[in-house]
Design a protein around this ligand. Structure first.
Ligand code: AMP
Length: 278
């Protein structure tokens, strides 16, 4: 496995690759969720490139950027064991040698859920993903369904800019108690970590109840569940159409729907989702 730090070096390495390139962009502090994306790429028999870069433009809070876990040495040794081919570990000077003023417009896809609660987040995601796609030129790129709205935005980005990249969506990897794996989980205090499985339990409740109650009734139930305790604070719960991300108020068996949730556990923000029709 090669590790490169500069754009020039990665371009040089990739110039000699004749087969397909599979790309897994990450922000590091790798866990089994990230590794599952790498494994999907390796199973596809593509030359597998993983990037590790904590992208400042997608953070809407300086505090969150400062606290974001970083453990690049450990990440490299974890990746080495997977059989991944190349790791790209650029710094800010490489990725943003000068301010990037680009503005992307994803229409309604960015005007809901994460887009509303994290202003500028998806614009920053689009900045870094376009830069990385232009450098790596992958034919396949692997993203986790954990970031369900991000996946919808990336699909739109690829269509709008005609990137010749197949976006492969990979299932959410969870801890034994159901908590979706996330780099931010390591920032949780003991009490918060103990309470956090309630997030997935709530999504399962939604899945089991969706045909029995109206969605507004379900939302009230979920608010009540969170009001019975003090450790987790519900930011939003939405049932949305998988393709348009429009909120849905009635369950329709024909539409593909996803329940999405964002929760504060102390000062750590966690998101999760579950497909309701599967
Ligand atoms: P991040 O490092 O958080 O930017 O995530 C990098 C990629 O890993 C994104 O495509 C995420 O959706 C994906 N990912 C993060 N957590 C998980 C998980 N628990 N299961 C599957 N994919 C994940």
């Amino acid at each position: 496995m090669k590790v490169v730090y500069e754009i020039q070096s990665i371009k040089h390495e990739l110039a000699n690759i004749s087969g397909e390139i599979g790309f897994v962009p990450t922000m590091g502090a790798l866990h089994e969720g990230h590794i599952s994306l790498v494994k999907h790429a390796l199973e596809d028999k593509v030359y597998t490139v993983v990037s590790i870069y904590v992208n400042p433009t997608q953070f809407n809070s300086k505090e969150d950027l400062k606290n974001y876990p970083r453990n690049f040495d450990k990440d490299i040794s974890v990746l080495e064991k997977t059989g991944c081919n190349l790791v790209f570990l650029p710094d800010d000077n490489q990725m943003y040698p000068e301010p990037d003023f680009r503005k992307f417009d994803f229409g309604f896809l960015e005007k809901t859920m994460e887009g509303t609660h994290r202003p500028g987040h998806f614009n920053g995601v689009a900045k870094i993903v376009t830069k990385l796609f232009d450098i790596v030129k992958p034919s396949r790129a692997y993203f986790g369904l954990k970031d369900f709205q991000q996946l919808a935005i990336i699909q739109k980005l690829v269509k709008d800019y005609n990137y010749p990249v197949k976006i492969v969506s990979c299932p959410i990897v969870r801890e034994k108690d159901g908590l979706a794996m996330s780099s931010r989980n390591q920032l949780l205090g003991k009490k918060e970590r103990f309470a956090a499985p309630m997030i997935y339990e709530t999504l399962q409740y939604a899945k089991n109840t969706i045909k029995k109650k109206s969605i507004p009734e379900l939302k009230i139930d979920i608010e009540n569940i969170f009001n019975t305790q003090k450790i987790l604070r519900l930011e939003y719960f939405e049932v949305v159409d998988d393709l348009t991300l429009e909120p849905v108020s009635d369950y329709l068996a024909n539409n593909s729907l996803t329940a999405c949730i964002a929760v504060w556990a102390g000062n750590v923000r966690l998101i999760d989702n579950v497909q309701l029709n599967s």
